[in-house]
Design a protein around this ligand. Structure first.
Ligand code: FES
Length: 315
């Protein structure tokens, strides 16, 4: 992976039974500036790169922390992270931000569900420092899963912070919830797909503001689409490369020695966005917005494919 910085794990602490915080420090060089909502790509093995939201960082751009939930039946990234010991060295790329806070003065409501709280905590921390008004809701199954509760308490947000536990408080009534905020509210939400879908369902009719959201798992229906084969052309060399129906552009290009930057491999992080010069894209990511899709000049090569027979990539 290109543009990585060798980094050392300097602190690993358990925030709950299943969530740990990992603080990394650059061994040489500095990262680009961190901001609320950003993530980094952690290289955990030759074919194991995972992107994690940054929840705190130092202004010297050398040190930052991510929090990772251990998924015993996941794809291996979280277990690899949890097996790391302090002192471990690895490559890290980024930060990159697909989920930035807007700099205007609209009312802000932050909603973090489960481990999706990590960028939400960073936003709360930044908004508090900037003296802006906001409310934050932390949604968890039960209090023992509320790994960031103590950190939020330390922010001293008073009544503007609310912990919502499904087991004692029931499911949050999103409809009533969004109706209680003014028309120009900006909602920032990160959480499980089911939570995002519930808010999107409600938002069609009820939300009188703008919803910004970030996924950490693929949309529910993304696996149900048929794939066809097509060809990509590398613009700089004219090389034609066949993409079979059962492989992604990313995997084919990297198997042929191209060094395409990537993170989640699931259309969630934007690390693999590649410029497209010709051809019609079949967008399947959760990163690009409607305007970027309509422009048709870039794509996430990890999941998106071609509607035309040929795509010309600016590589
Ligand atoms: S690698 Fe994350 S969007 Fe493609």
């Amino acid at each position: 992976m290109a543009n990585t910085i060798r980094s050392r794990l300097t602190k690993k602490i358990d925030l709950s039974d299943e969530i740990s915080s990992f603080t990394f420090e650059a061994i040489d060089g500095v990262f680009d500036a961190f901001d609320a909502g950003c993530h980094v790509d952690v290289v955990l093995g030759p074919d194991l790169v995972r992107n994690y939201s940054v929840w705190e960082w130092q202004q010297d751009r050398k040190s930052f922390s991510v929090a990772v939930k251990r998924e015993d039946n996941g794809r291996g990234g979280s277990l690899a992270m949890h097996h790391l010991q302090e002192g471990a060295e690895l490559e890290i790329a980024g930060p990159r931000n697909n989920f930035p806070l807007q700099s205007d003065d609209q009312p802000v409501v932050l909603i973090g569900g489960g481990i999706g709280v990590t960028p939400i905590y960073a936003m709360a921390s930044e908004l508090k420092k900037a003296g802006r008004e906001f409310r934050v809701y932390y949604l968890v199954r039960s209090k023992e899963h509320a790994a960031f509760h103590g950190l939020f308490k330390d922010l001293d947000l008073g009544a503007n912070y609310q912990l919502h536990c499904d087991d004692t408080d029931g499911y949050l009534d999103l409809q009533a919830f969004v109706q209680s905020y003014p028309e120009n509210t900006h909602y920032y939400i990160c959480g499980p797909e089911v939570l995002l879908k519930r808010l999107q369902d409600v938002s069609g009719e009820q939300v009188r503001g703008i919803v910004f959201f970030e996924r950490f798992s693929a949309p529910i229906s993304s696996a149900e689409v048929d794939n066809t084969a097509f060809t990509v052309v590398i613009n700089s060399t004219g090389e034609h490369i066949a993409i079979p129906s059962d492989e992604s552009i990313l995997s084919v290009l990297n198997s042929k020695g191209f060094d395409v930057h990537y993170g989640c491999s699931s259309g969630l992080c934007g690390s693999c966005i590649t410029d497209v010069l010709e051809g019609e894209i079949d967008h399947r990511d959760s990163v690009l917005d409607d305007e970027e899709r309509a422009e048709g000049d870039c794509m996430c090569v990890c999941v998106s494919r071609a509607k035309s027979e040929v795509l010309v990539l600016d590589m």
